[in-house]
Design a protein around this ligand. Structure first.
Ligand code: SAH
Ligand code: SF4
Ligand code: F3S
Length: 441
């Protein structure tokens, strides 16, 4: 028997990429690959890339530069580029980087075994098609460190996006919105639970637009969540990322009615000025968002809200930016992500006049200061509270485990390693910006 070949995957970007990396490892297991966390021993290195902002996309070229000596020393080493940069710039990568053997776009991962065959003959392989078939129907189960590290797993339920926000590459790199059939997802969730998973995060670029075929017509995300909640042994359900336009009544109600649905919602708004929201093609106003937040909080008063913000979108004035700060003050976030606008080739906004870089930086600093203040206030409000914590992995200190609160906070506590994968009550004794320290209650 030949020794297994080693696959090293480096993942950039969103949670969908994390999930896809493990499914790619599953596909390459069919060709005898085992995953490794040591790049030096790899027979194949796969970069799963992100194209969302310029900096993210540049990382792939600098990483390829770093890999050059390795490839020179080990000519049999195969180097592959997957993910959204592969989709957007696959041919350019092939042209600029002769050392790249393989380029595969996000919708073609199920063809990896055949592409690998091609690469083994010494040929270069490129596949950035958007095939008709659903790649997940043809992909074997996930492999790799995350898949082994139950108890929390991702499950992609829909992919792609039809919203075409003026700044965003996702509709181009991931393609049109496609939802996976409901019963298949329930079966996959049951499989995960059998493997020890107790928390599932349903993934989609526009997850609440989910409308997968069910036994009695299309199911909404709310319906899928309600049915998934009936699976014994599955204790926690989360979903991300949502668009404000697709938060329907039933999904809002589910937050008050489904105990297993965790009280945390990532609901990006991007900006607080109606003029900017319109220019972004977000298809909602700030007022729509406020009303939505009120309804969500009526259904689930303790919900922790998270969001995404872009500052310095073309045409954004200081007054528009003040509207964003106002929105943040009105809503109050438990945590949030914020970015400087980054022009992406091929998107409508890339044609527009940019806000000067120093203004973008200044606005980002001011927004982040406010968001940090809110996040710290949310963390501090946890002191003295007893929370159910899902214990996920060993902590840095001896005898310490790290888990998650219902509000998606990392929680450190002293606990027996045998409790890993269980939900225990813990009282919060100390808080930091990004984590809580607790003791068993
Ligand atoms: N599907 C998700 C987000 C995908 S990208 C959604 O619709 O919310 C994640 C975040 O990156 C976006 O919410 C946005 O805040 C940010 N982003 C996307 N394109 C960007 C760009 N061109 N410049 C800066 N930030 C961007
Ligand atoms: Fe991008 Fe907008 Fe679609 Fe989100 S909703 S993925 S920001 S186009
Ligand atoms: Fe990046 Fe593609 Fe995800 S651009 S954020 S890896 S969908």
């Amino acid at each position: 028997m030949t020794a297994p070949k080693k696959l090293f995957v480096k993942t950039y970007g969103c949670q969908m990429n994390v999930y896809d990396s493990e499914r790619m490892a599953g596909a390459l297991a069919e060709r005898g690959y085992e995953t490794t966390e040591d790049q030096a021993e790899a027979d194949m290195i796969l970069l799963n890339t992100c194209h969302i902002r310029e900096k993210a996309a540049e990382k792939v070229y600098s990483e390829l530069g770093r890999l050059k000596p390795l490839k020179t020393a080990k000519p049999d080493l195969k180097i592959g580029v997957a993910g959204c940069v592969a989709q957007a710039e696959g041919e350019e990568i092939m042209r600029r980087q002769p050392m790249v053997d393989l380029v595969v776009g996000p919708q073609a991962y199920h063809r990896l075994p055949q592409l690998e065959d091609q690469v083994q003959t010494g040929a270069r392989a490129l596949d950035t098609d958007f095939p008709e078939e659903d790649k997940f129907d043809h992909l074997p189960p996930a492999r790799g460190p995350k898949a082994r590290r139950a108890p929390s797993a991702f499950l992609t339920v829909q992919e792609g996006c039809d919203k075409f926000c003026a700044f965003c590459v996702v509709p181009y790199t991931r393609g049109a919105e496609v939802s996976r059939p409901a019963e298949r997802l329930l079966a996959e969730a049951r499989d995960l639970v059998e493997r020890g998973v107790v928390e599932v995060t349903l993934l989609g670029q526009n997850v609440n637009a989910y409308h997968g075929a069910g036994p009695d017509g299309d199911w909404t995300l709310a319906r899928l969540i309600r049915e998934m909640a009936r699976i014994d042994g599955l204790e926690r359900i989360r979903f991300t990322t949502s668009h404000p336009r697709d938060m329907d009544d039933d999904l809002i109600a589910a937050h008050g009615e489904v105990d297993k649905l965790m009280p945390y919602l990532h609901l990006p708004v991007q900006a607080g000025s109606d003029k900017v929201l319109k220019a972004m093609n977000r298809q909602h106003t700030a007022e729509d968002y406020f009303r939505l937040i009120d309804r969500i909080r009526d259904a689930r008063p303790d919900i922790a809200l998270s969001g995404d913000f872009i500052v310095g979108f073309p045409g954004e004035t200081e007054a528009d930016f003040q509207d964003t700060l106002h929105l943040v003050r009105e809503v109050t976030y438990a945590q949030a992500y914020s970015f400087k606008y980054s022009a992406r080739p091929g998107t409508p906004a890339a044609e527009r006049t940019e806000v000067p870089e120093d203004e973008k930086s200044d606005r980002l600093a001011r927004l982040q200061a406010l968001l940090k203040e809110q996040q710290e206030a949310f963390q501090t409000s946890m002191i003295g509270k007893t929370l159910p914590v899902l214990l996920e992995k060993p902590g840095r200190e001896d005898g310490q485990l790290v888990g998650k609160s219902p509000y998606l906070q990392a929680v450190h506590l002293q606990a027996d390693a045998a409790l890993m994968g269980q939900i225990v009550d813990a009282r919060v004794v100390e808080t930091r910006t990004n984590s809580l320290a607790a003791v068993r209650a």
